[in-house]
Write a protein that binds this ligand. Structure first.
Ligand code: UTP
Length: 796
């Protein structure tokens, strides 16, 4: 059972309760707090959660048609099942809770789980720290949602599964969709009272198949029929002289006050706003934004907790929404891609302008960028808009405001793509596509599925204007507003949907694509971490400004000081150096690291001379020690440029004790050793070049070497590992562009937790293999260093 001690931390200004997220200035207030209701409740919730965690397993690989009862029945064979929790949209995972913990063990030890022909994956529950998540009234906390999502994503088996899971978790639920439908119906009933024959049509995210929970509700109030009605009523009034139209409906009230054909959009929207305020229950915060590209009435619905927008000149938006629906219907990989890329873009602050205005991509533009990429895959995943048009029949022809918006109404009319790439590959492809894209000189045409030279658009406006003046039958449409990113609407070809972006936002977009592309080349992206680390999409969802997991979490390799695994002779040496034992141990570690990189892994090493032990490091305890060391066999140091350099002295001191009176020592070459300079020792650093992927397929080669008694190497595991590398180097081609990186060791921690930390910095990683190599080193290096130190026989 966890105690208050786990959650109460000392701080410079008092205490902090990490469970309740509060700071307390002194002991009495802390005592008061822990006795309080909030702390007591949370402590007991935490205890319950812990018990639940210990009593349950995480099951994935189920299908939506599998019921709770079926899962429960299956798991009864391991013990009494107390609860089965299926994920929200039933289908991806379940938590199965047992009465007893030994049932958990039994379920986990079963090698294969088969249920209804499904192969289930059964894992232990992840141990999560229980924390209070503060509630924010009415504001869906996106970050909170992602934090909740990330551990679940880590448990899935592939990036494809992760992407589909993102869709399931984010899309509007059944109830929310239904509630929105009811609101639309209510609005329709109200508006038709005031605007006979009008129609209210939803468009945008709530219906374009890319909805997310709490996305806004975009509505188009179509008044075309009302205008006709009003014109007819007007002429009837003129002839009959009464306020009744020929179909008998009254046209007094609002309609009699305004001529819809002559009124400005702002005037009509004012009227819409008045109707909303007065006649629609639950609607609040109604206001008109008349200076937007498409003027709009904004409102908020309190019960449904949603933001709504009503426009009156937006027939094209309804049509392009149908187009997006068609694309999703034709290609089922589109939705997971759009959801994933939208999350990525939001986290990197590339898309989703707050309140509509701003210099970031809007979601519609981002979706079109994804469609354009899919049109340009080889073979294409999606057809161009022009190709879609060819598949439409006569009844499906559609022209809005002079723009050709023809495409088939049903996905069945569209042939399936020959492209079979999985989602993981397509996502990486998206980043790669735009990381090299020449935004500056091209105009993206989703209609044609290709880029058009920007020069084709320069000066067009003048020409068009002149032409239209002389020949009024020519198109009155102007040219798109050009900017740093030019993305033409698929139908309204004079509209650059990314016209709001500035140079900075385009550069950020491209830079983030490059970062993501690099990450997607690593194993961390493609392969589930066996150690429960962040992998796949999780690292792509790291907010901008925070370094992605690959960079922060794992670029340092830690080698702990473990006295018990050192040979007795070395333990004696350490003891003899008194306070200086940590430095001596660190030097031995550095020497071993160098040996592993150079001898075992065949890295080419060049010492660099940048680092100096810091004033605060554990080394200060021994800063007056005079180094008297010599080159020895086990280190196999590259020939130094200056043997006496302090850096080298610190590096090679592995086999001789650090004695101030080392004048008698001799090097293996029999030369009289030089006395190292007094003063602050330098930390060794190496510039490394790795030409082969010595980490790939090691296990297999090792297994074969061990099996094959003839070629089985004699001696230690260091020898074996060196041979494994030798086999790989012999058989495998060199990496196209060798990987270059720097290793910067440092000694950290006090007596209790002394450890050597190796910071690895890629300096040339054109082929994107650094992260894979790093992950390999993370376990390999500490193990090998430990072996090397243990094998040291203390010849000093
Ligand atoms: P959004 O960019 O808001 O996209 O445009 P969205 O899919 O609704 O995403 P949310 O609402 O941010 O979650 C809404 C709709 O407005 C039309 C499109 O129909 C789009 O689906 N639109 C938007 C245009 O027609 N042109 C534009 O330049 C922008």
């Amino acid at each position: 059972m966890e105690t208050d001690g786990d959650t109460i931390k000392n701080t410079p200004t008092g205490f902090r309760c990490t469970l309740c997220n509060v700071s307390l200035p002194n002991q009495p207030s802390l005592d008061q707090h822990v006795k309080g209701r909030k702390h007591q409740t949370l402590s007991s919730v935490r205890a319950t959660r812990k018990i639940q965690e210990e009593h349950s397993v995480f099951v994935s690989g189920i299908k939506p048609d599998v019921s709770q009862t079926e899962i429960s029945e299956y798991f009864q064979q391991f013990g009494q099942v107390s609860e089965v929790i299926l994920d929200k949209n039933k289908g991806v995972y379940a938590i199965v809770q047992f009465d007893e913990t030994h049932s958990v063990k039994a379920a986990l030890s079963c090698v294969e789980h088969q249920m209804k022909g499904l192969k289930l994956s059964v894992k232990p529950r992840e141990k999560k720290d229980f924390k209070l998540i503060p509630k924010k009234k009415n504001i869906p906390d996106y970050q909170q949602f992602l934090d909740y999502l990330k551990p679940q994503l880590c448990q899935l088996m592939s990036v494809d599964e992760q992407m589909r899971y993102v869709v399931e978790q984010c899309q509007l639920g059944e109830h929310e969709t239904e509630a929105r439908g009811l609101l639309v119906q209510l609005l329709q009933e109200v508006f038709v009272e005031f605007f006979p024959d009008s129609q209210i049509l939803p468009f945008g995210s709530s219906v374009n198949t890319f909805s997310i929970q709490s996305c806004d509700l975009d509505l188009f109030l179509d008044l075309e029929n009302t205008k006709v009605f009003q014109a007819q009523a007007k002429s009837a009034t003129e002839t009959v002289g009464e306020g009744t139209s020929d179909d008998g409906r009254s046209e007094d009230s609002i309609l009699s006050d305004i001529d819809l054909t002559a009124a400005s959009p702002a005037e009509i929207l004012d009227l819409v706003a008045t109707i909303l305020r007065r006649c629609v229950p639950g609607v609040h915060k109604v206001h008109v934004v008349s200076n937007a590209r498409v003027p709009v009435v904004k409102f908020h619905h309190s019960e449904l907790k949603l933001q709504g927008d009503i426009t009156i000149n937006n027939r094209l938006a309804v049509r392009n929404t149908h187009f997006l629906q068609l694309c999703s219907g034709v290609e089922d990989r589109l939705r997971p891609l759009v959801y994933t890329i939208r999350h990525w873009a939001k986290q990197k602050q590339l898309a989703g302008n707050p309140s509509g205005a701003g210099t970031l991509l809007n979601n519609y533009a981002l979706t079109l960028l994804i469609i354009f990429f899919l049109q340009n895959c080889d073979p294409p995943v999606l057809l161009t808009v022009a190709q879609f048009k060819e598949l439409a029949c006569e009844e499906e022809e559609c022209v809005i405001e002079g723009w050709d918006c023809t495409f088939p109404s049903q996905p069945v009319s569209v042939p399936l793509s020959k492209n079979t790439q999985d989602l993981c590959t397509l996502l990486a492809g998206f980043f790669s596509f735009y990381s090299q894209f020449d935004f500056a000189s091209s105009v993206i045409s989703v209609r044609d599925g290709r880029t058009l030279p920007i020069t084709d658009f320069l000066g067009q406006n003048e020409e068009k204007k002149a032409m239209h003046e002389t020949q009024p039958t020519t198109s009155p449409h102007h040219s798109p507003k050009l900017g740093p990113l030019n993305l033409l609407d698929p139908f309204e070809l004079s509209h650059n949907v990314a016209g709001n972006l500035n140079v900075r936002s385009v550069l950020s977009f491209q830079r983030e694509c490059q970062e993501a592309e690099k990450y997607c080349r690593s194993l961390q992206y493609k392969r589930k971490s066996a150690k429960g680390r962040s992998w796949g999409l999780v690292c792509l969802f790291t907010p901008s400004g925070e370094t992605p997991c690959a960079k922060t979490e794992q670029l340092t390799i830690s080698i702990p000081f473990k006295v018990e695994s050192l040979p007795p002779s070395l333990q004696d040496q350490l003891r003899a150096t008194g306070d200086g034992f940590r430095l001596l141990w660190f030097q031995k570690v550095c020497c071993a690291v160098e040996g592993v990189l150079q001898r075992v892994l065949r890295c080419h090493l060049t010492p660099s001379t940048d680092g100096v032990f810091s004033e605060n490091s554990a080394m200060d305890a021994v800063k007056n020690v005079v180094f008297n060391v010599s080159v020895n066999d086990s280190c196999e140091m590259p020939e130094p440029q200056n043997d006496a350099s302090p850096q080298r002295a610190a590096l090679v001191g592995s086999k001789r004790s650090l004695s101030p009176s080392g004048d008698e020592s001799t090097s293996p070459q029999g030369k009289k050793p030089r006395r190292a300079k007094r003063g602050k020792p330098k930390v060794p650093q190496w510039n490394c070049v790795q030409k082969h992927m010595v980490w790939a397929g090691r296990r297999k080669v090792r297994r074969e070497l061990i099996k094959d008694t003839d070629s089985r190497p004699e001696g230690s595991c260091v020898e074996l590992e060196s041979q494994v590398t030798a086999h790989i180097v012999e058989k495998e081609m060199e990496i196209k562009e060798p990987l270059e990186f720097r290793v910067e060791p440092q000694m950290v921690g006090g007596t209790e937790s002394s450890r050597a930390e190796l910071k690895l910095v890629p300096t040339n990683d054109k082929t994107g293999v650094f992260h894979d190599f790093f992950h390999f080193l993370q376990t390999f290096l500490p193990k090998m260093v430990e072996t090397m130190l243990a094998e040291e026989r203390g010849e000093a």
